[in-house]
Design a protein around this ligand. Structure first.
Ligand SMILES: [Zn+2]
Length: 497
């Protein structure tokens, strides 16, 4: 028999095809299998042999679906299904997970039935691949295609094809056995990146390409970064260690992945930058949130440059070293909840190339301020230089002027943050000019020597602004970053050693 599976241009199904190809290839069984840019082909005269291969890859990779947990009291080892795996589970028997999906509970029997169905020709049209088939093995469900939901209006797949609407029932019934088998086995993919927040949700990342060859190469390259036996996160802290990262959210997870990929992996030409991000909630109703994230070449370039020339990892050496300190005369305790939120938002702003929102995250807030060590500050400055200034064509001297004014803003904001907030909120260049005039007036009131500020930097900044009027928002955002930075340094407890 010959099975041909063309590219779906569907993120779940294409990753699933790649996964099936890799699992069969890794099993080193004798079979004629080929994956080119747009199609997977399996050719065999030995249907029973193919069944044997399929059921053995399911058995041998079952560990991808579960984690093992040792009971502290009894020392007993129990299996736990990974939180995001959408295959239903029955009651555990002797601590072993019992999947309520025949292909996982009885792989031999199930694959044999599926192959029999695949062999037959029929008249029905599959809603996922559009091919005709004889009879479904199982109807369309989240376990084999997670984007489908029980609520029709939320359903992630089209409910019509070629201009014809499917009825609700036809829609779920017209699911071919090939799509079922490919889709349900995607859970065995050890290259799905995940991060689980207990009691809340899991976030899954799947790379997207328009061809199978690049997808295969990219997933093969980053595979070693992941440790599938951990429950809550699978990005290794270090390549040769089992320990995994505890990132605060989805964007920080992806950022963390990239810095490891760029630093630890000898990649060739293929670097994925398009991702599907799936949020799988805890609880019994699993309506999955889904979004695509396409990173720009320019952000990827910034990460590469920081790692390549400076060995600075944006997440580990900068964002993860940023804290929110609570104003407290007895010391400077950290608000961990807010710290994690700020770290996540900084990661997001960077990945989506939004410097405005990045700069605002660093502003002092009611009750405290964002702070970091002097080493982290240097890393932040390197990031800003590569991310913003180089591109804007602003020289390092001009940066000196922005920093000088930032220092003034920090000093005059010492007892009153309204000026700093006003600066951040400027909506037009006129507003900006007016804030600069206000800074100039405030300067009169402070002891320049004692405050260690450089008044001429204000004149230089005014000149810089006149020469670069079109880029005034960039200059404003840079001024916000540096004002916040000097504010954090100047206030008690702001500097973490
Ligand atoms: Zn199909």
């Amino acid at each position: 028999m010959e099975i041909k599976i063309p590219i779906y241009n569907d993120i779940w199904m294409d990753n699933a095809v790649e996964n099936l190809y890799r699992l069969i290839n890794d099993s080193e069984e004798e079979i004629d299998i080929n994956l080119d840019k747009t199609e997977l082909t399996v050719n065999t005269n030995d249907k029973d042999g193919l069944r044997g291969i399929l059921s053995s890859i399911i058995q041998n990779n079952r560990n991808t679906l579960i984690v093992k947990h040792k009971d502290k009291k009894t020392g007993e080892i129990k299996e736990i299904k990974k939180d995001f795996v959408l295959i239903q589970e029955g009651k555990k028997i002797d601590g072993i997970v019992a999947f309520k999906e025949n292909i996982y509970s009885e792989p031999n029997k199930s694959t044999s039935e599926i192959l029999d169905l695949i062999e037959k020709n029929g008249e029905r049209t599959c809603v996922v691949c559009g091919n005709t088939f004889f009879k479904p093995y199982k109807k369309l469900q989240q376990a084999s295609y997670p984007f489908v939901t029980k609520i029709k209006s939320l359903s992630g797949v089209r409910t019509y094809k070629d201009g014809n609407f499917y009825s609700f029932r036809e829609y779920y019934d017209n699911f071919c056995p090939i799509c079922y088998m490919v889709g349900i086995l995607e859970w065995l993919d050890s290259r799905i990146i995940y991060r689980t927040f207990p009691g809340d949700k899991s976030i899954l990342f799947l790379p997207y390409f328009d061809n199978f060859e690049d997808l295969v190469e990219f997933k093969e390259e980053y595979g070693p970064l992941l440790n599938k036996s951990e429950r809550y996160s699978n990005i290794r802290v270090n390549l040769d260690e089992d320990k995994t990262e505890g990132t605060p959210g989805k964007f920080s997870t992806l950022l963390c992945f990239y810095e490891k990929f760029l630093l630890d992996i000898d990649y060739e030409n293929v670097i994925g930058r398009n991702w599907a991000i799936m949020e799988v909630p805890f609880g019994s109703v699993k309506n999955i949130k889904f979004r695509m994230l396409n990173l720009t070449d320019s952000i990827l370039g910034v990460m590469k440059e920081l790692i390549g020339e400076n060995e600075i990892r944006v997440y580990t050496n900068l964002i993860k070293e940023t804290y929110f300190f609570i104003d407290n005369p007895k010391g400077a305790p950290v608000d961990w909840d807010l710290t994690r939120k700020i770290r996540e938002k900084l990661s997001e702003s960077f990945l989506i190339d939004d410097f405005r929102s990045f700069s605002r995250m660093l502003l002092p807030r009611k009750g405290g301020k964002v702070g970091y060590s002097s080493e982290t500050r240097r890393n932040l400055e390197s990031l800003i230089y590569i991310w913003r200034l180089k591109k804007m064509g602003i020289s390092k001297e001009s940066l000196g002027s922005i920093k000088g004014v930032g220092n003034i803003v920090a000093k005059v904001s010492k007892n009153n943050l309204s000026l700093l907030y006003k600066l951040d909120k400027t909506r037009s260049i006129e507003d900006f000019w007016s804030v600069l005039r206000e800074i100039s007036r405030k300067l009169i009131g402070i002891d320049i020597k004692k405050a260690k500020v450089r008044p001429t930097s204000l004149d230089e900044l005014i000149q810089l602004l006149k020469d670069n009027e079109a880029q005034w928002t960039e200059i404003r955002d840079l001024l916000v970053v540096y004002s916040s930075m000097y504010y954090a340094i100047g206030s008690r407890g702001g500097e973490k050693k």
